[in-house]
Design a protein around this ligand. Structure first.
Ligand SMILES: *[C@@H]1O[C@H](CO)[C@@H](O)[C@H](O)[C@H]1NC(C)=O
Ligand SMILES: *[C@@H]1O[C@H](CO)[C@@H](O)[C@H](O)[C@H]1NC(C)=O
Ligand SMILES: *[C@@H]1O[C@H](CO)[C@@H](O)[C@H](O)[C@H]1NC(C)=O
Ligand SMILES: *[C@@H]1O[C@H](CO)[C@@H](O)[C@H](O)[C@H]1NC(C)=O
Ligand SMILES: *[C@@H]1O[C@H](CO)[C@@H](O)[C@H](O)[C@H]1NC(C)=O
Ligand SMILES: *[C@@H]1O[C@H](CO)[C@@H](O)[C@H](O)[C@H]1NC(C)=O
Ligand SMILES: *[C@@H]1O[C@H](CO)[C@@H](O)[C@H](O)[C@H]1NC(C)=O
Ligand SMILES: *[C@@H]1O[C@H](CO)[C@@H](O)[C@H](O)[C@H]1NC(C)=O
Ligand SMILES: *[C@@H]1O[C@H](CO)[C@@H](O)[C@H](O)[C@H]1NC(C)=O
Length: 287
């Protein structure tokens, strides 16, 4: 009976595809190198490079994931075996490109290279991550002024794997995280709700997801300031205008009053006097 390690060296697709090559049982050499690590992002690409011995003739090179054939190259014939649609064997017949990565591509892969009757296996691990969106921070404060407590909500979407929301202040209470996962894409949305006790004065806070931070928000700030702060434009623009307006109004008023008084005086003067004045005026002009 074959041992488990030998079984790994005879994956189903290899047996199916490469029996022509395996007339006698090849011996399997597991590359004594650390597992190769590849990273990709959802929607991105990754290139698999199987380690090869350049001095030897390669009869067969292919990648599997467990028993699932991914893509490969056979020296003596064209492969008719179905390959993953998002993979492509490079013209160099050594490297395999995988595009349109999604979360389900995460996992362990094996690269097999056959030289004559010797089969060399290399383990590859691919980790695909999803970039979380820049978190958005919203605030809802209770009605009192200044508020006694505020509820902050931080939301970030479309990431993988699960992560934590960090708040850049201490003294927050009742943090609740709501994590939802899309069934198709497996991408995660994360909502974190935190309650702030406004007994301490917090100025600005922000939340972060991975290395992305939200815009800072001012928390526990009174909604209606007790002393209205007039903007300087008003102070320097409106006030002098008002002063001038008042002065002008006073002058106009005074002027009208003067005129009225003069008029009143004139009206009070008896007609004779008025005539006299007129005559005097005429006389003066004439003389
Ligand atoms: C991924 O590969 C495809 C084709 O191989 C290319 O068109 C695309 O620009 C690549 N995308 C990235 C993010 O590298
Ligand atoms: C490959 O062959 C060259 C000479 O043909 C030799 O110098 C080199 O050491 C060999 N490399 C390996 C890894 O065996
Ligand atoms: C994801 O984030 C990484 C690093 O933060 C960046 O290099 C990469 O371009 C981003 N990818 C996408 C698809 O946004
Ligand atoms: C989490 O959010 C989803 C969608 O917004 C909602 O349906 C669900 O009730 C929330 N779960 C909790 C525990 O708040
Ligand atoms: C995740 O958030 C995005 C953007 O708000 C939304 O379109 C999507 O339906 C959400 N998915 C889940 C599973 O909550
Ligand atoms: C990931 O992509 C493969 C094709 O490369 C597709 O068959 C599969 O449904 C996708 N999975 C998700 C979770 O989107
Ligand atoms: C807020 O903090 C003060 C003192 O730190 C405490 O007396 C008060 O009960 C707290 N309020 C809430 C709603 O936690
Ligand atoms: C949180 O971040 C904001 C914005 O950068 C900053 O003004 C504030 O001082 C930070 N708070 C703490 C406690 O670090
Ligand atoms: C965040 O940034 C630090 C250093 O700037 C880096 O070491 C780490 O890998 C980053 N994390 C993510 C999830 O991008």
């Amino acid at each position: 009976m074959a041992s488990p390690s030998n079984l790994r060296c005879f994956p189903i697709s290899l047996l199916r595809l490469a029996l022509v090559y395996i007339v006698t049982s090849p011996f399997c050499v597991r590359e004594n190198v650390a597992q190769i690590q590849y990273r990709g992002v959802v929607g991105g690409n990754v290139t698999f490079r199987c380690p090869i011995d350049k001095n030897r003739t390669i009869d067969l090179l292919y990648i599997q994931r467990g028993n699932d054939f991914v893509n490969g190259h056979y020296a003596s014939k064209e492969t008719s075996h179905p390959v993953w649609a998002n993979t492509r064997m490079d013209d160099d017949k050594r490297t395999i490109h995988m595009s349109s990565l999604n979360v389900s591509h995460n996992g362990d892969y094996q690269c097999y290279v056959m030289y004559g009757t010797e089969l060399v296996q290399t383990d590859i691990h691919l980790s695909v991550t999803g970039n979380y969106s820049k978190p958005t921070l919203t605030m809802d404060c209770c009605e009192q002024n200044p508020p006694l407590s505020c509820q902050m909500t931080c939301f970030s979407h479309g990431g993988y794997p699960k992560t934590e929301v960090k708040w850049n202040v201490s003294g927050i209470s009742k943090v609740t995280n709501n994590i939802t996962r899309d069934d198709d894409t497996m991408l995660i949305n994360i909502t974190s709700t935190a309650h702030f006790n406004c007994s301490k004065e917090y100025m600005f806070i922000r939340c972060s997801v991975d290395n992305l931070s939200s815009e800072p928000l001012s928390v526990c700030k009174p909604k209606y300031p007790s002393y209205p702060h007039w903007p300087s434009e008003i102070i320097y623009g409106v006030i002098p205008f008002c002063l001038i307006a008042v002065v002008v109004a006073l002058l106009v008023c005074k002027c009208n009053k003067c005129k009225k008084e003069v008029k009143a005086d004139i009206e009070n003067i008896n007609p004779n006097l008025e005539a006299e004045t007129f005559l005097n005026g005429k006389n003066q002009e004439a003389s």
